[in-house]
Write a new protein. Structure first.
Length: 399
């Protein structure tokens, strides 16, 4: 079997440059790597910008809320109806892609257990790539699981039992499949990311820290604010730029407040040195990474996040929580400083160390960049993915 496999890639946006979503970014870089190796990635999803003409694309139909569906949504479970309509759109798009391009297989995410409905409805093998299994994400939110949580976890587990192959960017994410269809092929293959040109260090602004992530508890926004408050009391030159959509932040006392209210509760000396930019496009974030010498990742759980890979590519010195995928790929003191989640004191101490130690900052930035080039290059990841796909197809031909 050659590299010339035809692999359908389901995505929420293609080419992904204007869709702030890890799946869209993952598909973009994987598709480029597959294309470079002579395989044929077939993109299945909506366009979000000008797309490469030499990579096939099939538009996924959008869910239409015509009058009958609006009536059903009012009478029945609107969320369940939306899921059924979304599954129908995915199934239709995969069938169309297969009819046009004779796909060898499709790779899609596990979201809401959709593959359990898609797999039996399409004429091509569907491999699941774990981007955020709910068994992990729901517990990281630190609240009791609801009946809806349990139902979603069960449906995702059902899909794991049905698929001919499971991929995951991290071993921690793959762990949710333990004990389910143990003979099903599995592989931990990292997300791909193409290295970007490095900036001259003289362009970095001393004392500036960049955080990119949602304003919510899972991403650790509360810890970021408390850690910076401690840091600001000791380092008057420290500045924090906070980028991400404001989903409301749950505080320790149970209140959920918008970002401006959360910042208002900080000491004035810290609050005045935080710039909150809200959600920004990729080009703006890339420019911020070039000007900020230190990147902060504070999540309570991550699979293998693109905020990390972007920071590695930019040569930023990284402080990251020791959770999930980052804990697997980063080496403390060599490619990042690792700190415990939800604990502002060690986070503040790590940030202070990097702001005050030019040598350590440069060493970590260079080490992180080398790690990205070695492990996350799109062609390297694409070759690993092709090898796995060949194994899945061989097993399908000779069960």
């Amino acid at each position: 079997m050659t590299n010339a496999l035809r692999i359908g890639l389901l995505t929420p946006g293609w080419p992904g440059t204007n869709t702030p979503n890890g799946i869209a970014t993952s598909v973009h870089h994987l598709a480029m790597g597959l294309h470079a190796l002579g395989a044929t990635p077939v993109i299945i999803g909506p366009l979000d910008g000008p797309a490469p003409a030499d990579i096939p694309h099939v538009e996924k139909p959008a869910v239409h809320w015509h009058l009958l569906n609006k009536i059903k949504a009012k009478l029945f479970d609107a969320s369940a109806l939306k899921n059924r309509l979304e599954i129908g759109c995915i199934t239709s798009a995969i069938r169309t892609a297969h009819a046009r391009h004779r796909l060898d297989l499709v790779i899609m995410e596990e979201t809401k257990g959709w593959p359990a409905h898609v797999i039996p409805a399409v004429p091509v093998p569907v491999v699941i790539n774990l981007h955020g299994p709910w068994a992990l994400l729901s517990t990281a939110f630190e609240h009791a699981l609801t009946p809806e949580d349990h139902a979603r976890i069960a449906l995702e587990a059902k899909s794991f039992a049905m698929t001919p192959g499971i991929l995951a960017p991290s071993a921690s994410s793959m762990s949710v499949t333990e004990g389910i269809a143990p003979d099903t092929p599995r592989a931990v293959i990292p997300n791909a990311y193409a290295a970007t040109p490095l900036v001259d260090e003289s362009a970095r602004q001393p004392g500036h820290i960049l955080y990119v992530g949602r304003v919510d508890r899972l991403k650790g926004a509360d810890t970021v604010l408390r850690a910076f408050e401690q840091l600001a009391a000791r380092q008057p030159e420290a500045r924090l730029t906070f980028v991400g959509p404001d989903h409301g932040l749950q505080l320790d006392d149970g209140r959920t407040v918008p970002m401006d209210a959360a910042m208002a509760e900080l000491a004035p000396g810290a609050r005045s040195r935080i710039t909150f930019l809200g959600q920004q496009d990729g080009a703006t974030i890339a420019a911020l990474r070039q000007s900020h010498p230190v990147a902060l990742i504070a999540s309570r759980y991550e699979n293998l996040n693109y905020s990390l890979l972007e920071a590695l590519s930019a040569g930023q010195a990284i402080v990251a929580t020791k959770v999930g995928g980052p804990a697997e790929v980063l080496e403390d003191g060599k490619t990042a400083i690792l700190v415990p989640p939800a604990d502002p004191a060690p986070m503040a101490n790590a940030l202070e160390r990097l702001l005050c130690d030019d040598t350590a900052r440069g060493r970590l930035g260079a080490g992180g960049r080398a790690l990205l080039e070695e492990r996350f290059d799109p062609k390297t990841v694409a070759e690993q993915t092709l090898e796995f796909c060949r194994a899945v197809l061989a097993r399908q031909s000779h069960p």
